[in-house]
Design a protein around this ligand. Structure first.
Ligand SMILES: [Zn+2]
Length: 81
């Protein structure tokens, strides 16, 4: 794994809901921080996958995580307004 500096552009596909383009830090890609807010404190739960470009046209998939607050919203579980 080469050390990339700063956030990298990625395509995020949540468990539920539409995919979107976001920028992710190394910690977020490795599931050490919430994919939405970057928090490393809350307990993190699996929240779909993010895909980055490998440079040779390929896509690299990362199992990302979200904090308790955000994973609920991504699941579409509790979307009370
Ligand atoms: Zn979060």
């Amino acid at each position: 794994m080469n050390a990339t500096q700063g956030p990298v552009p990625a395509e995020y596909e949540p468990i539920a809901g539409p995919p979107g383009r976001i920028e992710l830090t190394s910690a977020q890609l490795h599931g050490r921080a919430c994919v939405v807010c970057g928090s490393e404190r809350d307990s993190l739960t699996a929240a779909g996958h993010a895909y980055t470009c490998t440079g040779d046209g390929g896509r690299l998939g990362w199992p990302v995580k979200a904090c308790a607050r955000h994973v609920r919203r991504l699941d579409g579980g509790e979307t009370a307004a």
